[in-house]
Design a protein around this ligand. Sequence first.
Ligand SMILES: [Zn+2]
Ligand SMILES: [Zn+2]
Length: 128
Amino acid sequence: MTNNSACCTGHNPTPGAVEQVNKKSCPEETLDDLAATFKILGEPVRIKILHALSISNLCVCDLSDLLGMTHSAISHQLRILRTARMVRFKKDGRRAIYSLNDKHVEIIMQTALAHMQGDGCEIPQGDK
Ligand SMILES: [Zn+2]
Ligand SMILES: [Zn+2]
């Protein structure tokens, strides 16, 4: 790749590429659901909750202290995250202990943070 332009010159699609992607692609509905999930993640406080839960299972009181928010504000965010299948809870006596929904959510958080921190990513060294 010697061209510094981030776009092709003219319209010259790779032969067979579109057919190959269409053949292997997930249903559009699934991709729309994924976009909706990322939209839910696009709120810093929800990312902070998920990050905290990736370190330890916590109840609403813990998250309230951690993030300096009221119980009702935390509960509201947890309800949104639960609807999006990002977190779940287990009753422990009178406490509700929240955790990440499953291994996928753990991996999403780990991978996204690694991406942000540049772990295992090729960091552009500037134009040559
Ligand atoms: Zn509690
Ligand atoms: Zn899953």
